[in-house]
Ligand binder design. Sequence first.
Ligand code: HEC
Ligand code: HEC
Length: 221
Amino acid sequence: MSNRGVRNLFVFGSLFFFVIFVALTFDTMKRLDKRAPEITAEVDEGKKLWHKYDCIGCHTILGNGSYFAPDLTKVTVNKPEGYLEKFLVNPKKVKSTAAMPALGITPDEAKKLVAFLDWVSKVDTNGWPPKPVLATFRMPQTPGVTVYQKYGCSSCHMISGVGGTSGPDLTKVASRRPDPEWHKRHLREPSALVPDSAMPAYPQISDEELNQLVDYLLTLK
Ligand code: HEC
Ligand code: HEC
């Protein structure tokens, strides 16, 4: 190749990749804006409280923190209204076995903290963390498993190591609770059987789905 050819290759080659680089940068910046919802004053105050109480001393969030307590990156997904606020004010009252101490959080502070956690939960993290509480686990896709996933039970319950920690581990639930009628009543109205239950009631599950779900729960032993 002549000197001129080499020079042209260098100049136009560099120019070509520079243009692609600029275009991709613009594209990324344009998308970034849409990956997180608006930050409100409440979210902002929640974040300050998050630091005040040093929540990160026990929890991880968006990849930072300690491994003593569950990751909170997607913690508000599928949680019933008001549940996390109550938990933060007095964890043991919502879940008798809670390992999280009551930190002296007021109801108003709890509302702001949950606003912050909800903002974080809505950030599009491209499927990160790799094993989120909502991961679908590898199991035979029976109708009961489909119902379990449809109603987001795994955001609170763990089965074979996958799921949330708000509710009891269900890996062996049928050994503890073998009665199908108990499960049906409990799912329709948990507090009728377990006083102060923090589990949401599921009046919206159809009778057919309820039977399928309970059949599945009874296989867990
Ligand atoms: C001393 C350690 C510790 C500190 C500090 C701490 N937590 Fe926790 N937290 C836990 C543990 C352990 C759990 C797991 C549930 C349980 O057994 O209590 C938990 C659970 C949670 C949950 C999940 C509740 C559920 O049902 O899914 C939320 C939300 C939460 N913490 C928020 C916070 C916030 C917000 C702060 C700061 C204000 C905080 N935590 C500070 C230990 C801690
Ligand atoms: C917001 C969190 C939450 C969600 C969502 C949730 N649960 Fe629960 N679940 C709990 C808590 C807390 C308890 C313990 C209190 C109780 O037994 O009612 C519980 C208890 C249970 C128990 C009894 C376990 C035992 O050992 O006694 C079963 C079974 C159960 N849940 C199944 C389900 C199914 C199925 C779904 C989905 C349709 C579901 N849960 C959704 C929080 C939740």
